[in-house]
Write a protein that binds this ligand. Structure first.
Ligand code: ATP
Ligand code: NAG
Ligand code: MG
Length: 329
């Protein structure tokens, strides 16, 4: 606010000085001042410029390695996909990632890590947009309004800044026809109505496929095989089929999947006891407390695990840790 006021003042001053153009040195000084101010201004206010939008590849790698626990497949795919896309000057289509997994496994969390390492302002960036189905599109009777609104938003925002990011949360609760209405933006078009969407990033989050992923992880556990040995190919076909066939999921009736508009299906594995411990330790650190393994163990032991008999995976992942921690300190 202040900066814009100052800027306006300077503009007025500048126009006034044009009237006094007999006094050239002053003009020059003001001109240089204005130029300098514009420069300072672009440092203070977020603009659609590499100063504000640029991939910090090392930062993303470090964050995925240090902050995200138990997601070796997701970490690898995301790092590679984002790196490749952001270093390509001429992508043929926008980057479309579909993140799948049960509750509290890190889907929103990783979206935030991606945003943090592309946009200086992270999730607060004017170029990062998050839509939550139950919040933004709650009533199916308003579907037509939602559709045109959403299309206008995407178009308006990408026109403002090609490197916009759109996160769709609760994708499995989104109406199929609403999903289909964003399809054109994800496709291989050079331009649509004069707007190119090819530098945008779309991230879809859903619980669809979570059960299948958990089942695969459980099969590995039962066979005594290392979790880290689970590969994308163990899940990928199952996952796209599940996302497509599960009648409960909004994704099933949409043509996103059969048109190959999603570049990567990213599975999030259910988290184990040790990951819950890591989450508690991280949360203590984030609060400026000294990580205490005793506290972490006590909290992690109280979390609900499934299957009931073996208690291998945390039912809510790391989701409730933040709220619970204060009762264990
Ligand atoms: N794999 C993980 N590594 C580190 N922290 C995690 C991980 N998963 C979850 N967390 C922590 O738990 C919190 C909740 O996770 P998040 O919101 O990302 O879950 P989600 O996968 O989006 O779940 P839901 O499907 O219920 O929306 C995160 O803010 C983060 O602090
Ligand atoms: C950009 O998207 C937001 C929703 O995140 C919307 O409120 C805004 O109007 C959009 N901007 C344009 C120019 O369409
Ligand atoms: Mg979530």
């Amino acid at each position: 606010m202040k900066a814009t006021h100052l800027y306006l003042l300077l503009q007025v001053f500048l126009s006034a000085s044009v009237l006094v153009h007999t006094f050239a040195p002053l003009n020059l000084a003001v001109g240089v001042g204005a130029l300098l101010w514009r420069k300072i201004d672009s440092y203070l206010h977020e603009t659609c410029h590499p100063k504000w939008i640029a991939l910090d590849a090392t930062g993303l790698q470090v964050d995925l390695g240090n902050k995200m626990f138990g997601q070796h497949i997701a970490s690898r795919i995301i790092l590679q996909a984002v790196n490749e896309f952001m270093t390509n000057d001429n992508p043929k289509k926008p980057l479309v990632l579909s993140l799948h997994g049960s509750s509290g496994t890190g889907k929103n969390f990783v979206s935030q890590l991606i945003a943090d390492n592309i946009y200086k302002e992270g999730m607060d960036s004017n170029f990062v947009h998050m839509f939550t189905s139950t919040l933004h599109f709650p009533h199916s009777s308003h579907l037509d309004t939602y559709k045109s609104q959403l299309q206008q938003w995407i178009k308006g925002n990408v026109s403002n800044c090609a490197q916009s990011m759109f996160i769709f949360d609760e994708m499995d609760k989104m109406h199929p026809s609403l999903i289909d209405s964003i399809k054109p933006y994800l496709d291989y078009y050079h331009k649509l109505d004069g707007v190119s969407y090819r530098k945008a990033i779309f991230i879809f989050l859903s619980n669809a496929g979570g059960e299948i992923i958990a089942q695969t992880a459980l099969d590995f556990w039962k066979a005594g095989r290392d979790r880290e040995k689970i590969e994308l190919k163990d899940l990928e076909t199952l996952l796209s089929l599940e996302a497509f066939n599960n009648k409960k999921s909004g994704l099933s009736h949409s043509s996103l999947i059969d048109n190959n508009l999603v570049d990567f299906f990213v599975p999030f594995l259910p988290l184990e006891y040790r990951h819950v411990v890591q989450c508690v330790m991280a949360e203590m650190k984030a609060r400026g407390l000294r990580p205490d393994r005793g506290v972490a163990d006590r909290l992690a032991k109280d979390v609900v695990y499934f299957p009931k008999s073996e208690r291998v995976f945390s039912s809510q992942g790391c989701k409730t840790i933040e709220k619970k921690l204060k009762f264990y300190l």
